[in-house]
Structure formats: structure tokens, C-alpha cells
Design a protein around this ligand. Structure first.
Ligand code: F3S
Length: 278
């Protein structure tokens, strides 16, 4: 099977940075999974003895704690400080930005609107920086605006870094139609666009498309949905063991892309196994 890689794929700046930090602080532990990739987390544990706290009560006084790429809620950070933990912040700077915007704008009396998944750790962290939690609203669809009641007559919006800009624009348009003052911050990350654009282009020219990444990674799921728009035979896998021979029957060209948290060594293993298909 012939393989063609997307012109942009895999690790983004924020993930590379977080992994480097974890490698530099071997024998420490991360608060929540460092990135959305179990294989890479296993590698860090096996090769660098980087552990994982599942909740704050696991942290002992003076432990070294690495904050994950997606950040943590403000109060969790405060509690870690109170425990005198040594805090190493691997939060991606592009995630810190919306946190700081929400903090600043809500202090200035703006209601906050976040375009994102309410259950995503990044969004939970960003949300926590709002002064009045009852006036921080999280939505996924423009139609969700109908049901919102803002406490202030001025609104500031941020987006989860991995969201689609087209949808964000729809939300912003709907907001402007109903409100006098809307401050819009484009907090969507370029790394996501670049991988998405490359995946879109490649999925138009191949017979089968493989997207590699964590199944709980919103970034990877979005790449998969973009590929499905152009190539019905698009599959999302975490590693080469999930490849199925039937996907490649009567196919000539396989496109491969990978989410922003997928390490090169996993991509390489997938490429080799796909190339070995008849
Ligand atoms: Fe950061 Fe963007 Fe990656 S927000 S973690 S550089 S996808």
C-alpha cells in the first residue's frame, strides 16, 4: 500500500514543550494526564519515572507536580501552592491566554462566553478564572445562545483552542445580533488549523485515510470528522495494533495524519504497517 503523510501532522508546540518539561523533571508526577496520549504517558512513566496524580489529595507536601498541557482549575492551583508543592507549569501558553483573558475581562465587568466542551479539562480550567461563576457561560452551538441570560450588558468571548473557527464566527455573529458590546478573542490555536487544513487536502486525494491519536482527544476527533467529509473510509486509531486488513482491500493510496498529541514513533509504526499491506 502506498502511503502519503499530511503536510502537517502530529505534535504541536505545546505538547512538545510539555513532554520536554516532563523529561527534564524525571521522578515527578503530573496533575491529570500530561497530554491526551496514553502511549506517550506510558513512555514517560517507563523511561523517566513520571507518575500521575488522579486527584489533589494524592499530592504530598513538597512533591514536584507538573501541570498538564490543558491546565487545571484556579482553585486546584491554589491548593497545590498551599500544600507547598513544587509546581512546574507545563500548561500550553496558548491555553494560559484564554485563562488570563477570562480573568481580566470578568474583573472589568464583562459576562463571559466560552465556545467549547464544558467537560473538557482545558475549558474547566479557563472557566475557573471567571470572577462570577454564574456569569460564565459555555456553549457548543450558536443556537445555545437563545437560552443564555447574561448578567452584564457587555460580553467577552473566548474559544477552546481546538475548536473550529467557522463555528466560532457563527457564535460571534449570533451574539452581535443580540448584544450591544461583544469583545471577541480569537484563542483558537494555529497548530490545529495547520493540521486540519493539511488533513482536509489529503483526504480529498486518497482512497483510505488513517487518523492517529487519542480517542478522547477533541483535536484528533475533529481531524477524523474533517477527513470523513471527503473520504468515507477514514478511521481513527490510537496505534498500529488497531489497523484492520479489510480497510485496505482494493485501495491504492492511504493518507495518514495524526492529532497534536501523537508522538512520531507511533506514527512511524502505523506507516510501516500500512505500507506492508497488499
Ligand atoms: Fe497548545 Fe495548540 Fe498544542 S493550544 S497544546 S499548541 S494544539
Amino acid at each position: 500500500m502506498k502511503v502519503k503523510l499530511a503536510s502537517n501532522y502530529g505534535f504541536c508546540f505545546g505538547v512538545k514543550r510539555a513532554i520536554k518539561i516532563a523529561e527534564d523533571y524525571k521522578n515527578s508526577s503530573t496533575m491529570g494526564p500530561l497530554i491526551h496520549n496514553q502511549d506517550e504517558i506510558n513512555r514517560l512513566r517507563n523511561d523517566f519515572n513520571v507518575g500521575l496524580y488522579t486527584n489533589l489529595s494524592d499530592v504530598k507536601d513538597h512533591d514536584t507536580v507538573i501541570i498538564r498541557t490543558h491546565g487545571i482549575p484556579k482553585d486546584d492551583l491554589k491548593n497545590l501552592r498551599a500544600q507547598k508543592a513544587k509546581i512546574i507549569n507545563a500548561t500550553c501558553p496558548f491555553v494560559t491566554t484564554p485563562q488570563q483573558i477570562v480573568k481580566k475581562m470578568s474583573k472589568e465587568g464583562y459576562s463571559i462566553l466560552i465556545f467549547g466542551d464544558a467537560d473538557h479539562p482545558e475549558v474547566k480550567g479557563v472557566q475557573s478564572y471567571g470572577e462570577d461563576q454564574n456569569d460564565v457561560h459555555i456553549i457548543l452551538e450558536p443556537s445555545d445562545i437563545e437560552n443564555l441570560v447574561f448578567k452584564n450588558n457587555k460580553i467577552a468571548t473566548v474559544a477552546q483552542t481546538t475548536k473550529k473557527k467557522e463555528k466560532y464566527l457563527e457564535i460571534v455573529n449570533a451574539l452581535i445580533l443580540k448584544n450591544k458590546e461583544v469583545r471577541v478573542f480569537n484563542t483558537i490555536c494555529d497548530a490545529t488549523f495547520e493540521n486540519q487544513d493539511a488533513a482536509r487536502d489529503l483526504s480529498k486525494e486518497v482512497d483510505v485515510m488513517i487518523v492517529i491519536g487519542g480517542k478522547n482527544s477533541s483535536n484528533t476527533k475533529q481531524l477524523h470528522s474533517i477527513c470523513l467529509e471527503n473520504c468515507a473510509d477514514s478511521y481513527l486509531i490510537e496505534n498500529e495494533t488497531e489497523l484492520q486488513n479489510s480497510w485496505f482491500l482494493n485501495k491504492k493510496l492511504c493518507g495518514i495524519t495524526a492529532g497534536a498529541s501523537t508522538p512520531d514513533w507511533i506514527i512511524q509504526q502505523v506507516v510501516e504497517k500500512v505500507e506492508s499491506q497488499n
